[in-house]
Structure formats: C-alpha cells, structure tokens
Design a protein around this ligand. Sequence first.
Ligand code: D5M
Ligand code: FE
Ligand code: ZN
Length: 663
Amino acid sequence: MDEFVKSLIKNNYLLTPAAYYILVEHFKRGEFSLAELIKFAKSRRTFIIDDVIATDFLKVKGLEAPVEEKVSFISTGEVGQEVPESHEEQIIAEETQKKEQFSAEIGEEVEISGESVSVEGSSISTGTSDEMPSSSSSDVSEEGIIEEISERRSSISTGNEAQEFEVPEDVFGVIEEQQELLSNGNGEENNNGETVVLTKYGLPMVYGPEEIIEEKEYSVYEDFIIEPNPNFTYAQIEPDYEVKFDVRHVKLKPPKPKNANGKEGEIIVEAYASLFRSRLKKLRRILRENPEIKTVVDIAKLKYVKGDEEVTIIGLVNDKRETNKGLIFEIEDQTGRVKVFLPKDSEDYRDAFKVLPDAVVAFKGFYSKKGIFFANKFYLPDVPLYRKQKPPLEEKVYAILISDIHVGSREFCEKAFMKFLEWLNGHVETKEEEEIVSRTKYLIIAGDVVDGIGVYPGQYSDLIIPDIFDQYEALANLLANVPKHITMFIGPGNHDAARPAIPQPEFYEEYAKPIYKLKNAVIISNPAVIRLHGRDFLIAHGRGIEDVVSFVPGLTHHKPGLPMVELLKMRHLAPTFGGKVPIAPDPEDLLVIEEVPDLVQMGHVHVYDAVVYRGIQLVNSATWQAQTEFQKMVNIVPTPGKVPVVDVESAKVVKVLDFSRWC
Ligand code: D5M
Ligand code: FE
Ligand code: ZN
C-alpha cells in the first residue's frame, strides 16, 4: 500500500480514491505534511478525507485544485448587469471566503499563500476589514456599498487567475481511467498479459475455499418475552390517529426525456430544477401570508421599479457573504438573480446571518439602478406568533417519543431498552409513572431503528449483529413486547435499509419485513405528519440539524433544540443542496414544512433536548446507543435512555423518563 495512505490509516484517517488522486502529487512534492492534512480534516470534524475535503485543503494551502462552477437551477438570467462579475473573480472571492472560514474554524493564526490571517474563537471571520476601503462601518450609502463590492473584487484579483486555477490534464486523465476501471467491473489485462478479474469496485476477484456458514453468536431476542404486570390496569382510551402526510401519498411526476436520446443526467438536472421551483412556490405562499409583505416584485422586473419605491423580493439564497458593513446575498427567483445588501445595524441582521444556503427568504427595500437591492427588512417564512387554541380533550392521553435505537450496534443499550419495554408493560415504580403508562396510547420512533450495515467505513467491527435481516428481526422481537393498545409509528433514518437521500419514503420491505408484520405498528416515511387527537406531530429523522450546525457558528449538536428552531423558521427540514445531507431529485419539494405543526420530533444527533418556539414544542428524542468510537473521535456525547413523554392535548413534553442507569 502507498505510504501516504498507510500513514493516514495509522492515524485513523481514511482517504477516498478521488481524494488520493487530488492530493498525492502535492504530497510527494512535499507541498504539505501529513500533520497539516490531519489537522484540516479534524477541523472539519471528519476522519474521512474525500474529494471535497481534499480540494478545500489544497485551496487553503494555495495549491492547485479542480474548480467547479455554481450552476443556477431555476433562473433564466441575472439582474444587475451593471456590476459584472467575472468567473475568475467569483472563484477568488469564494476562495478568500473559504480561507477565512477555515481559519475561523481552526481558531488560530494560519498562513495562507503568504498572507497571514488572524482569527479568534469559533465565530465566522469578520476580519475582512483590511480588504475593505477605509470608510467607517456606519457608512452604508449606496455608493459606498457599490464601491465596497467592486473594491473587494479588485483587491483580491491578482490578474493571473487563469494560470493559478489551471488543472493539469493528466490529473483528470488518471481519474477518468481509474473510474472506467471501477465502473466496468470486467477483466483487465495486467502487465504480464494475464487477465485479472475485477469486482464492481475494481478489486481483484479472489477465489478462496467455500464459505462456511457459522452458528450465530448473537441473540435476535426471540426468547425475550415480557410478562405484563398482572396488577396493572390500563385506562380505556379510544385511539384517534391519522397519518396526515406521508411521502408515499404524494404522486410525483418525474420529468420525461425530451426525446429517445435524452440523457439521464439531463433528467436529473430537470428534476432538481423542478424541486427548487416547487420549493420557491410553496415558501412564497407562506411568506405572502405575512401581512408586512405587500408589493412582491419578480427579480427580472426590478429594473422597472422607481428608485424611491419600496418593494419586496422573494427568492432562494444562492450565496451569502459577510463584510464589515453588512451581509451581501445573491438571491434568485424563477426570473433572475440579484445582489442584496442588508446593513449590519438592521434589526434582522442576526436572523439573516443564520440563514442557510438554498433557503427561501424575502427582503424589503429599494432597488438601485446600479443593480443592487438595498434591503432594510429581512423575512423568514417562520411560523405565526400566535395560534388558535385547539379544543380540549375529554381525557388525558400520552405519546412517547424515541429514536435512534441502533439495534445491532455493540453500543446498543439493550438492557436499558428492555427496562423501557418492561415499564410499558406496567412494571413501574411510582404513582406518576403508573398514571403515564396507563394513558400512553402512542409510541413514535423517528429513525435509525437499527444500526444498519456499511453506513460508515469500518462499521463492521462496531456491529454485534452484522446481518441487516437479523437486525430487523431483533428489533421486531423487542417491539413485539410493546402492549397491543399502544400504536407505534416507525419511520426510517440514515442507518436504516431505505433510500439514503431524503425524503425517505419507507424501509425497504425486503429487509425490514419483521417490523411491517408488527400488528400495532404503522410504518411512516421520513418526514411524516401524524395527527393525534387533532394535534399535528411532524416527525423527521433530523439530518437537517447537521447542516445548521455546520453553517451557523454557535449552534451545536449538544443542544439540538436551537438548530431545530432555525429549520422551523426556514420552514424546511434540510434546505442546503450539495452539503452533508443528500437530497433526492424529487420533482416536488416534500421537505418544506407546509403546515404549522403542534410538535416537531427529530432524532439523529443522539442528544435529548426540548424547546418551545412560538407555542410549538420541538423535541429531540436522543438515542438508545452509548457513545461509539466514531462519535468519540468527532466529540459527540450522546444522552442514551432519555425518553420524552408528551401530553397529547397540549402537545408538550411533560416528563422525561431516564433509563440511562442501565446503559
Ligand atoms: O448520527 C449520530 C451522530 O453522529 C449525529 O450527531 C451525526 C453524527 N455523524 C454521523 N455521521 C457523521 C460524519 N460522517 N461526520 C461527522 N458526524 C457524523 P447517526 O446517523 O446515528 O450515525
Ligand atoms: Fe442515529
Ligand atoms: Zn441518524
């Protein structure tokens, strides 16, 4: 094995083939050290160095890296041609921004291409002032801003970009060759002229002795049967539930190829274009419900608006940059794109700062003939401040929320989960618990119900049940102990046998059959909305939290309630395309939070948290998995065995059970 790869593995870091080809030559030339690469990967909180990490690393080091152009999915043109922005300049601006961001992330003085950038703590860098004209930060006149934007460009343009960003042809040559080899999976001739049979993944096929099927060394809990407490009586409560939204109920119309020669790639691009049009349409409707938003103008029509006329624009956030005077956005609707400036002293600055790429927002302000929209107000779709009270229920009824059981993992807290199941069967300790158990009618499970297989590199050694069929069998044997009068709602997460991209319609039935067979279980999609006694519970696994945490300084996995609030304010479960969370090319955006729910449940980050925002309860239902080696490396400290109990009438968490002492 290559020394480079070997040394990384020794340090518990993995390198993808694409990243290898991006980095190897630079490494051989001694242009960076292993320690620098590892430090960078660490700052990105990952031990997998993929092509994105590799490219970003090279950029930070001021070395050559392949460059991608941001493609517009939905708009037809750009407004504000008066301030042309060349491709190279844009790249350089982005590059500078990334450098700043990286240096901010690692929180120390970093030497980048000969210039020293000093930053502090974990906040996003605001240290762009030395690139700016020396005018004071309160100077936000139209001319000042335009000057600032162009000044910023000219100060960072070096004039030899073409040369700087040239990618050596042989790099791609090698990659293409390698990819071809990987994809065809056929025989290839080696240097001796012998045919070597390769697997689909380009590995030489090795024939060994026939596989011996071993006896299973693990239990799938077939003998785990709980005796219900004979002295326990459950209250007789009529069930009242309905799955109000499930991805599988939506009939999607995939785009058709233009003709018989239509390429698959074109169809996917068209599907994403359709997804963003759908997002814009749905969120525009929500934004327009805000009485403060009146005259909404298409971006392409801004040029016909009089300079003194205040108007509102609504669009997707293509780009966001911070300068010392304020935020500069690029906003796009179906008619065009425009640069928007929001000054630092705006009361909406904090909200605007936290907005994620590809979210839909509105700005109110004035369009300057110089091609910039000067905003004085910023709006998120958000949820209304007040809502009508729902009619009271005749009797108390509870729902229990859990997620991330991770059955099959060595760290699955089997004992704690069994104690929880016993508890549901009336083995309680206090009067209060007795009252809750007797009135619990629903158990909602928000994904990662098993640990799955092949979810991350090296997962095999973390599994006690290394077979996905057995994992679902084991889970079903456990859940068979949930009393029959409790209805379970079970949705998938990223560890489940389901489509990895969100939304996830269902568990693949072939693998998860045992849970489909549970009589008191309703399988739901991720996301889904369940209406319990007239209260709407939005259930999602919660991968969108990851994006909020990585984009917004100050928000962390340790308190997931706040990132959940940000998602609710954007009325979207995972807005950012091309980030950590894969978004499926569905022609309709099913991740928009179209109706205001009474409660939002997510899991995924393995940490219990609950907050109320504008009367809506947001809960993270944590996990049943103790800290894994992987989580130790990325500093995730889970809170296993914490179980929120929700009073359905108020849709609020009224009690948090704690089974962690058995974990
Ligand atoms: O996610 C459990 C936790 O681990 C959650 O906080 C996300 C985090 N996680 C998962 N994968 C990664 C990678 N690749 N890098 C950083 N953090 C990650 P779960 O879905 O249960 O694995
Ligand atoms: Fe999980
Ligand atoms: Zn997860």
